[in-house]
Design a protein around this ligand. Structure first.
Ligand code: ADP
Ligand code: GLC
Length: 488
């Protein structure tokens, strides 16, 4: 099967979150399942810098009159079995030649022309689907998140007797790509598309809604989130539409890319380790404590957060639970960036607890590996979580996840109690209500288990042995592609 994957990010070229990890891992995982995946990306500087053997395959003009070249090339090492990944890149320097974050400027303001930047991506996908490259065309287009959300609309209105089916994956319904009504004129779609049964959303243009209306099938990144987004609480205003499409909505869990995340082979760890030989874990912990200015205390349970510092990720709870950790003899290490208020509050708390709490503001891929490798507990007390990857990395690296029972977190972590300890299914700590009291109780349970060394080791071992590999998920995508292609 020939699949075109469309996304704005792809690890290791460009990453702001889990979307990039997924977009980076899927092509190779699908390759192992017999799919020939090519990717389409905007020509951001980091993408162009990695592209080898670029060759122009065609060009098109955007609805607002800007010329865009499509270049085919290769990304070495990112394809199946470590081979090359075949890629298409949009060459439009006026839209994409901006350093840093792909969505906003240095002041965190979204670029004023974002609707054009991602409409161009959508039209690029449609042109490739309908024959722009005479040497290759996809049988299905798989779009990720709102950045690629307009593509199913462009393709639905394409004038062709033969239809190429589309799959749209929601990674986070909270980010919808909404723009003022006036931007609709730039999108090149018929006027009928701007209505309640099209991409109009409370008077605005919504790229997310465009995808949810026009894609042939919708998926999201965990079975639980697939159910949650059909409720008013978690539907961000789109739950009615999602309920109406329930028959074409699937939840497929993300996996862990073992070529990037493997504590036994991880070159970023001073002391690689594994489920059978966990000794390196304690050595990594000492290195991590020293490098982040924490007291080097082998017996202090080290709790950590790696992620975007936002309300979604439950940072208000993390702030409310600091005393619990420190008074219980533990330490807290936070790596992340995000809301200025949360960054400030965390930094203040850390300053008041030298040796016990440390905060690293910013984005640091290598430090993230050392943190999972050296910490004891990975905190993910999210308000909502489509899938979540850090709890999966925590599991694999022997840092027990402490999570709220929501979205993909509910699907991937098993709470520790006498029964799950006994049957060896326990992998972490799970609490229910988004409230500081149950969160702090979960922290106390973690602290108590830490004092029972044999039980702790057993739970850690359980988690490290669970493989949330991409193989299983890629197989589900492959089967979904096959059924969509056969019914079109
Ligand atoms: P989300 O996509 O909602 O941000 P995920 O858990 O799915 O959450 O994925 C987050 C990804 O980004 C993980 O690979 C995580 O390790 C990484 N990450 C987040 N913040 C940082 C940071 N400050 N430094 C390094 N890696 C980070
Ligand atoms: C989103 C979600 C996260 C998910 C990631 C990859 O950013 O917030 O839960 O793991 O996408 O699918």
């Amino acid at each position: 099967m020939r699949i075109l994957q469309v996304s704005a990010e792809l690890f290791p070229l460009l990453k702001t979150g889990g979307l990039a990890d997924v977009a980076g891992a899927l092509p190779a995982a699908l390759g192992a399942q017999g799919c020939a995946v090519r990717v389409l990306l905007p020509g951001f500087p980091a993408v162009l810098a990695a592209l080898r053997a670029p060759q122009k395959v065609g060009s098109f003009t955007t609805p607002w009159g800007e010329g865009v070249d499509i270049v085919a090339g290769e990304f070495p090492g990112l394809g199946a079995a470590g081979g090359v990944l075949q890629a298409y890149v949009l060459m439009a320097p006026g839209l994409y030649d901006r350093p840093g974050n792909p969505y906003h400027d240095a002041q965190q303001s979204p670029y004023a022309d974002n609707h054009r930047r991602f409409a161009a991506l959508a039209w690029g996908a449609a042109h490739l689907a309908y024959g722009l490259d005479s040497a290759w065309s996809p049988q299905l287009v798989h779009c990720h998140d709102w950045h690629a959300g307009l593509a199913p609309a462009c393709m639905a209105f394409w004038d062709s007797p033969q239809r190429v089916p589309t799959l749209f994956t929601i990674h986070n319904l909270a980010y919808q790509g909404c723009f003022a009504a006036g931007t609709f004129a730039d999108l090149g779609l018929p006027a009928s598309a701007f209505g309640v049964h099209g991409l109009e959303f409370y008077g605005q243009v919504s790229f997310m809604k465009a995808a949810l209306v026009y894609a042939d099938h919708i998926s999201t990144v965990s079975p639980t989130y697939a159910r949650e987004i059909q409720t008013a609480e978690q539907g961000f205003g789109l739950d009615g539409l999602l309920r109406s499409r329930a028959a074409q909505l699937s939840g497929i869990l993300n996996g862990v890319d073992g070529s990037v995340w493997d504590p036994g082979q991880d070159a970023l760890l001073a002391h690689p380790f594994g489920a059978r030989k966990p000794a390196g874990k304690a050595l990594n912990k000492a290195v991590l404590q020293a490098e982040t200015g924490l007291d080097v205390l082998p017996g202090a349970p080290l709790f950590t957060v790696v992620g975007r510092l936002t309300e979604q990720k439950g940072l208000p709870l993390v702030l409310a639970g600091i005393e619990e950790i420190v008074d219980g003899g533990g330490q807290l290490l936070v790596l992340g960036s995000g809301d200025a208020d949360l960054e400030h509050a965390l930094a203040l708390q850390a300053r008041a607890r030298p040796g016990r709490m440390a905060v690293r503001l910013g984005y640091d891929e290598a430090l993230a590996h050392r943190i999972f490798g050296g910490s004891d507990v990975t905190l993910v007390p999210s308000r909502f979580e489509p899938c979540g990857l850090t709890q999966l990395y925590g599991l694999k690296y022997g840092s027990l996840p402490l999570v709220r029972r929501v979205g993909g977190l509910a699907d991937t972590v098993v709470d520790t109690d006498l029964e799950t300890l006994d049957d060896r299914s326990a992998t972490g700590f799970v609490f229910d209500a988004f409230d500081s009291a149950p969160y702090r109780r979960a922290l106390r349970r973690a602290l108590a288990l830490y004092r029972r060394r044999a039980d702790w080791s057993r739970v850690r071992h359980n988690g490290m042995r669970i493989a949330f590999s991409w193989e299983n998920s890629a197989r589900q995508y492959r089967d979904l592609y096959a059924s969509l292609i056969s019914t079109h």
